[in-house]
Unconditional design. Structure first.
Length: 180
């Protein structure tokens, strides 16, 4: 009886020691910090600078970039400055940038796949005796910070600003009208 009681007591103590408060109120949540007024101000400034022929793309691009911009990316003034500096108004320049982005993504994803295959090779092929280090390398993902790195160095924002998303229906209409 004593043995059963001690086992149950040990389990209860173990469970309660694992219960911790995970709500750390000392950390500030990295949240969206670009308000509608800043978006409108930036859109108007870009339209004045670039002309009204790209108004729809400017409005869509600035709104999309603002939806992704967080406090850690910079203040409102930095967002406005970024948009003014990074918006590409010239169609031929935009095509050049698009091709560079495409080439670099293809290279990144292609080589990342090769790296992952190499890291997993000893787990999938008989390359000699298994060692614990094989599993460690197989569990490593060099692309795990890809997204956060591209936001940190602002490449993701350049893409969001200059190549905003369109729905399939919108793309179909643009193609029918000869715009795309």
């Amino acid at each position: 009886m004593k043995k059963s009681f001690l086992i149950i007591l040990s389990l209860v103590v173990l469970v309660f020691t694992q219960c911790i408060n995970t709500n750390d109120t000392s950390q500030v949540v990295d949240q969206k910090n670009i308000n509608d007024q800043a978006i409108e101000k930036t859109q108007k400034a870009l339209i004045e600078k670039s002309g009204s022929e790209n108004e729809e793309l400017i409005n869509r691009g600035v709104s999309h970039a603002a939806s992704l911009w967080r406090t850690s990316d910079g203040a409102v003034a930095e967002f406005e400055s970024f948009c003014m500096d990074q918006f590409i108004n010239n169609a031929s320049e935009k095509e050049i940038v698009f091709n560079k982005i495409s080439k670099n993504f293809e290279s990144l994803w292609g080589h990342q796949n090769k790296v992952l295959l190499d890291l997993n090779e000893n787990m999938h092929l008989d390359n000699g005796p298994y060692h614990k280090i094989d599993a460690m390398f197989a569990g490593y993902s060099p692309g795990s910070h890809f997204s956060s790195d591209f936001y940190a160095n602002k490449i993701a924002f350049v893409i969001a600003l200059n190549f905003p998303p369109f729905s399939l229906d919108e793309k179909t209409i643009l193609v029918k009208n000869g715009i795309l």
